[in-house]
Structure formats: C-alpha cells, structure tokens
Design a protein around this ligand. Sequence first.
Ligand SMILES: Nc1nc2c(c(=O)[nH]1)N[C@H]1C(S)=C(S)[C@@H](COP(=O)(O)O)O[C@H]1N2
Ligand SMILES: [Mo]
Length: 310
Amino acid sequence: MFIRRRRGWEMPESAVTPEALVFGRRTALKAAGLASIGLPGLARAADFPAAARNARYEPGRAITAEREATTYNNFYEFGTDKGIYRPAQKLPLSPWTVKVDGLVDRPREFSVEDLTKAMPVEERVYRLRCVEAWSMVVPWTGFPLSALLSAVGVQAGAKYVRFETAALPAVMPGLRQSWYPWPYVEGCTIEEAGNDLSFLVVGAYGKPLLAQNGGPIRFHQPWKYGFKAGKSLTRISLVAERPKSFWEAIQPQEYGFWANINPEVPHPRWSQASERVLGTGERVPTQLFNGYGEFVAGLYGNLQRERLWT
Ligand SMILES: Nc1nc2c(c(=O)[nH]1)N[C@H]1C(S)=C(S)[C@@H](COP(=O)(O)O)O[C@H]1N2
Ligand SMILES: [Mo]
C-alpha cells in the first residue's frame, strides 16, 4: 500500500503544536489527516520535512561542506578517531524512540517520526565548536527542547535535564573500551533547557540526521563546547540533581558541567583562543559564548562562583 504522507509545509497548524503530542499520537495523526503506518527505514528521507530557516540565528560564517561535517566526527561509541562515519552506518536509525521521564506530568516514549511531525520543526544554521578547537557551521533541522518539555509538563522539582544516549554493544565497538563510563550522559539546567537556542536536532543539510552526526536525534546548545551535545539520544529525564556527564566522570578538571565557550579560559592542555574551521583550514578567533552571548549571557548572572568555562 502506498500512502503519501504530507510534508512539513503542508501540515495543518494543529499538527505542529506541541499540544498535539499531549493528546497522544492517534489524535495528533487524526488531526493531521494522516494514517498511522509503520515507516520502514527507506521512508526516512522521503518523508523528511522541508523546514523553514530561522533567520534569528545568523551564523556569520559560511556553511561547512556537507561532506566535511559528515566525515569528520567525534563519536566515541564508534571509535576514538574522527573517521567513524563508516562503522556508524551500522546504527539502526528507524524505528527509534526517546523516553521522556522523571519529574514530568506526562512521561512518555516518543518515536522520532512522531516528534518530527508534531513538533515545530525549523532549520537553524548553528556554529559548533569542539573543545579540541575545531569548528563547523551546520544547517540543522530540529525543534526547541522547550517545545518537547511543554508537551510533557515539567514539574516544580525539576532542576536539571539529563540526556542519555544509545549504548548498543552489537554495533558500537567503542563500548568494548570498558574503562569509559558508558552510556554517554550529558546534562544542563532547566533554565538552559528553556532557552530558545537549546535545540533537538533530527536533520542536517535538509535530510534526516545521519548516524555519525548523532542520528536520528541529538542535542545541541551552540554556546557550549560540542561534547555537551549528546548524540543518538534514547532518554531525556527531568531530575532534581545535577547529572554527572561522561567526560566529567573521566576528567573533571578538563571537562566540567557548564562548558561554556570562552577564548580567554584555556583548556588545561591547550589554548581556546582560536579554532580551526573544518573544510577551509582557516584559523579564526573563538568568541565568548561562541558568539551567542546576546541570547545566553543572562543565564549566568548569578553563577559567578561556578566553573562556567570548562
Ligand atoms: N553519544 C555521544 N555524543 C557525542 C560524542 C560522543 O562521543 N558520543 N562526542 C561529542 C563531541 S566531543 C562533539 S565535538 C560532537 C561532535 O558532533 P559532530 O560529529 O556532529 O560534529 O558530538 C558530541 N556528542
Ligand atoms: Mo568535541
């Protein structure tokens, strides 16, 4: 049976509000006039919405060549070198669900396909600055984390968001390195999560997100070092205690909880003053908060005693 699903721009308003998720998948699909079908992997690309670009977040730099951004990656589950895009193809991206739980009113497991249909999906061209001093500029497709949090209802006791990512030993050779504290976990405060820049990514370059970039769903906060951006998310939990992240567990002096980008605070082993732009080989000065200070600096006014820059 062939069912042509509507693409993003054809969706009625009712289907793109987070409220659609509150009432459950069936209602949301009915409201959108969509049949409920199990999508085989091949349908991922055909059904991917063409999302309008959000002009508010101008990258001020050329977009990195797609080939660079999809072949030079950091994803320790598949290996410690940057060329893991080949082994990463073994990660089965569909079906994929993300559990949203903890201190929420309506805990739920969402399929990435449902989220892509029901959330306010848009394109954002963001800079990504790795703590290792390389950077890229990518047109991500996704939706604000805050939209998902509104759909599940955050309870008063929730102070942090904990992100857990896939740990599949059958396809992830890196998991055999048992001295690493798998699964890869990251976190942010509830205030940071509510900032409009905090983005759940389901695509890049107008296509569904590839495994090597954290497909089918990853997080990104562009004012923080790249390691804060958990890839291939399986669980998002609202919690009362600050989560201990993967890198913090390994080396707390070098990789802290906050990890806001600051060219004036060197990593203990190298300078953070400049960065190598992927694809061009150019070196450019690193900017405070990666250039997103006007949107996020206010989050840290009362936190001057915290170690905000590692
Ligand atoms: N699960 C998981 N997420 C991860 C990583 C990882 O090793 N495992 N590496 C992080 C680091 S250090 C960076 S810089 C970015 C890199 O994203 P990219 O490969 O899409 O450029 O992913 C982050 N997310
Ligand atoms: Mo990184």
